[in-house]
Design a protein around this ligand. Sequence first.
Ligand SMILES: [Zn+2]
Length: 498
Amino acid sequence: MSKERRILTDEEKKIVREKYGKLCYICEVSLDGYADNEIQYDHIFSHASEITGGEDLDKFAPIHASSNPAKKNCHLGKGTKTWYDYKEELRIKSKLKKITGLKDLCKDAKQCYFKKISDTEIVLNGKHIQLYNQKLFGKEDNLYFFDDIDVDYIENDNLIQLRPLDEDKILPLTLHLRGSVQLLPSIGRLDLKENKIKIFDGQHKAVAQIIGNEKKSIPCIIFVDPDISSLQRTVFDAHSKFLQQRYKRSHIMDKIAEQYKAKVEQWKLAHGDFPYSEMDILKGESKAQRRKIILASILEELSSCGAFIDGKYNFETDFVDITKKKRARHNPMLWDNYERLVSLLVNLEPVSETSVLPNNYRADEIGNLKYILGNVYWYAIKDKWNPDNPDSEAHQLAVRYFYDKVFEVYVPIIVKALRFSYEQKTDRALREDEGLCYREQFSEDLKKRFARIFERLFRHGIWANPMHKEIFRATTSGPIADLFSKEGIDYIYLAKLE
Ligand SMILES: [Zn+2]
């Protein structure tokens, strides 16, 4: 991390530009018209194992980086992803924009040539495939086969409705399927009138494999000329009453926290009962995995430390909703939002100081986090959130505070305001990856400043203004962000000193 970045000479920059055909590595659009200071040469392949050297030219690529808002800056939005992942994300998103579902991706399938040899064998496009039979009620035949089918031979089934495409799922699903076997195939039927294969279930996986992973064939289960009305009913039932309860995110976090504890036990077996650091335990894990484990441990610590707000509440158990139901929530804050808020406030990197050392601030971090969460309670929940009286104005106000998209807009603003306020008070800039709460206990003066930020946000006139009611209910964050910026609610306003 502290590795010195090599500065390329003009000649080297030219070589790198030529190598990429004078195109930006990220968006693959020309670099023409971009001055030297509007192009950044980034180290796009990161080899964590290489400690020194090896910064040879091969690893650099040119990227648009203009500070002129009318020009491209392909750095924005990368975050902590690798360049490759970020480029992939942009590629997949732009492809998804052009389609509404599998129906646009696989519009008109090629006709198949097939011949049923027996009840246990079919020939499809020249390939012999095993047939299976699922007899219903012991007599009705339902022949099907399993194969990797060339995407040219599949199309969307218009008779049996696919579930609508949820774009947010495609990207994580794509990345997941790159590293894991696809457990469930897409499901379709062989239509004997048109001689075509039509997919009626598993559209997300199909789109993720075709667009995300650029697969030319996908694993499918295909029923041979089934009864369509009974399939329609089956698909409907499968996605309503028989739908398995999905793993709740909070449970996944519990599992990860458990894994961490198991690793600690292993370490102790190998090294004895000595003080250990997070780094000792997590050395072999990927960066993303380490961050996940640290977050899970912090969340676990917070939930298991009993009541810490007003002497009677535990933030997670009393105010976080883990049922994932968007309507009629019993607790105000959605789990994902809780997780996100905490992750933005803590140090997610493993520390090398053992827990007995004074410069290990994990315990203080929990204390500081409790203080911040206490403010959320104090200004946004207390005397407001009251599901027993759902129509009351106070409850409606609290509902607005915790709408998913609204929260998405103001959480980064609040976090930035808190950090800014800390920097002002201490006259010291925080590193980007430096968690605000990971330090000695906040001083009383800092606490006052922080509380004022929450007060400014949640007591702002914007919330109760009937004109904005509809905007707060928006299903995308755009209009809400616009409203906040129109009203001048930014981190500078929130952190302003009297
Ligand atoms: Zn670009």
